[in-house]
Ligand binder design. Sequence first.
Ligand code: C2O
Ligand code: CU
Ligand code: CU
Length: 420
Amino acid sequence: VAADGTKQFSLTMRAGRTEVLRGRPTPTWGFNGAFLGPTIRATRGDRVAMRVHNQLGEPSTVHWHGMRLPAVMDGGPHQTVQPGTTWLPHWTVDQPAATSWYHPHLHGSTAKHVYRGLAGLFLVDDPAPAAPDLPSTYGVDDIPLILQDKILDANGALQEDPKPTWGLIGDQILVNGVYDPFFEVTTTLVRLRILNGSNARMYNVEFVDRRRFHVIGTDAGLLAVPATVDRVQLSPGERLEVLVEFAPRDQVVLRSVAGDNGIDGGDYDLVKFVAADQLRPGPSVPRRLSASPRVEAPAGARERRFRLSGSDEINGREMEMTRIDEVVPAGATEIWQVQNTVYAHNFHIHEVAFRILDVDGRPPPAYLQGPKDTVFIPAKSTVRLAVQFGHHTDPRTPYMYHCHILRHEDEGMMGQFVIV
Ligand code: C2O
Ligand code: CU
Ligand code: CU
């Protein structure tokens, strides 16, 4: 913390080695360490200042996925950090409590940079007096779960040959960079912040005993009320916050089960929870979570349509760094309709919070009705979103919208918008 109260964070992108498989160290990339990055935590109202230093030997960027900030601070493909240089973005955190994250976004290289290990969480706390009583002791009852799939060869090296349609889909699942992890539960209620940080793989997450748990937050903030479920789905880039109740001596595995979306094949154990003989009582599951009004589009809201086709086009064209595709007035709430022609994709919009209005005309499940920035779109389906834009105007510097299957993003399934 600087003298003026600014919170300073330092992130150095560098290469290293990680022992994912015993005795066979894997060459990886990370922020500060060899793999992944530190969890950044800030409170609404904080001024934050980042020192992003690039020691990779090639250009990259760092995008703050989920943060609402000026376009020049966003870390998209226009904010390149050349090797050996330092980028110094800063902004005031002004958004509800949420689980955000950060990762490189260099056009054409995002898949490779994220796959090698460049990703971390960015948690926002909100000190609002009406904030619900939630588990919030990091590492004790507030646990990050970064889900990523890898392909490791017999020597432990990461295989990077992308498959034709989807790119990198691995069969070894790492959680927080660890293969086959367990967690020692010491409290009756645990909050999990689940991030799908994979390049393309989608997860259908459940407990093997099919116990029910409570979704409390989506990408951009808390739900109005908890949604009780026994399985959730996360496509790349999506986050969910859930509360899980444990009894003493519980032993249960969280797993992902196969689906039929082309990117969610196979059954995989994610993490085993092992509860102690005695558990400290945590808070109970709150009845109400967020008092913030949900995103509503006003009558007559502007509607825009996006058609995703093949693996590289939106509205019939590929991303072009010098072309602005959409111009949005500051503070607007619009309806964005995103239509999928053939394959499953997902859709992420920088800087905004949106609400899913419907998927093929039907409302989404209750657990996906919270504020979001990334949405899964099944093959041949259409989603409609109420999208709330911010107030950081800049007619020259665009934000991105794109499929978060990173190979598709790199191939050009991305567009640019400015807020004026
Ligand atoms: Cu998580 Cu434009 O990215
Ligand atoms: Cu983003
Ligand atoms: Cu896609």
